[in-house]
Write a protein of this length. Structure first.
Length: 294
């Protein structure tokens, strides 16, 4: 299937919408379940969902690419573990805006390792998205922008930023791997090895397979829904990355529109305050997307 140059934007926005649904489901599970228990079960279910598609996409991959995927899976496992712990112990609306700093990290790494050179206008767009995320963080909490200084000192905030730094390296590896294998092939091996890494960690620290069984009994259906929405969202994201003309340093900022959707939907579902201020902050982010797509 061929894509027009601008198709990466459509795929990325679709990914952001589906990812919003995933985040809401995930928060419901993490209210009651341990972060590592959930993550191990989730990675295993994601891999199982990809197995039936093997006849379609195949799993042929050369050794060098496989080693890169293994490294990527290990990096992602660390990043996911840190961010899931943050989701477990912080408000969803607090975590998402902080994650808007990830494009800045990825922009730097993509420039260094991939030699990607966005235009000045596109860089301005990235700035708008980051600034919109900063405004969101300021209006979400009762203490306004003063809360940010306190928040930045928190343990789980440190987890978020460490997760973003680690995850940025994974984003660079995406572009390298997808130049050699299909999206679903990469995802198959990625979750295969992520399942192994998280299961080893779960077995060392906790009860291993017993935790997975317990997780499936208590929240199995919901985690399956999380896995399905993740699969759709990740497919759209990686398909956008796989387009030769696309820039990963621009795709990631657009995908961060998830924070916009979560603020709006959260306001409707949970009757949150400061909806007007949050909406205005989200519009700042939309301006950024307009510049990125121009």
């Amino acid at each position: 299937m061929s894509f027009h140059l601008d198709s990466w934007l459509i795929l990325t926005v679709l990914s952001a919408i589906i990812l919003t649904i995933q985040r809401i489901f995930q928060k419901k599970v993490l209210i009651k379940e341990h972060a590592t228990m959930y993550l191990t079960t989730f990675c295993f279910l994601m891999w199982l969902l990809l197995v039936p598609f093997i006849p379609i996409y195949g799993i042929n991959v050369d050794l060098n690419t496989l080693l890169i995927i293994i490294l990527k899976s290990f990096i992602l496992s660390i990043s996911w573990l840190l961010i899931v712990k943050a989701y477990r112990h912080m408000e969803l609306s607090a975590v998402e805006p902080l994650k808007n700093f990830s494009p800045l990290l990825l922009l730097i790494l993509a420039f260094i390792f991939l030699r990607e050179t966005p235009t000045i206008i596109q860089l301005v767009g990235v700035g708008f998205i980051l600034f919109g995320g900063y405004i969101l963080e300021g209006v979400i909490h009762p203490h306004g922008f003063k809360h940010i200084n306190v928040l930045l000192k928190g343990k789980y905030t440190h987890y978020i930023f460490l997760s973003l730094i680690v995850g940025a390296f994974s984003g660079v590896l995406d572009k390298i791997v997808l130049a050699k294998v299909s999206v679903l092939t990469m995802m198959f091996f990625e979750f295969l090895f992520a399942s192994l890494f998280t299961f080893i960690y779960q077995s060392i620290r906790y009860k291993g397979y017993k935790d997975v069984i317990y997780s499936l009994k208590t929240n199995g259906l919901l985690i399956i829904l999380i896995a399905i929405t993740t699969l759709i969202s990740d497919w759209a994201y990686f398909r956008a990355v796989a387009i030769p003309e696309s820039l990963v340093s621009l795709i990631v900022p657009v995908r961060r529109l998830t924070s916009l959707f979560i603020v709006i939907i959260g306001g409707e579902l949970f009757h949150e305050k400061s909806i007007i201020e949050k909406t205005l902050a989200c519009l700042v982010m939309l301006v950024g997307v307009y510049f990125i797509a121009s």
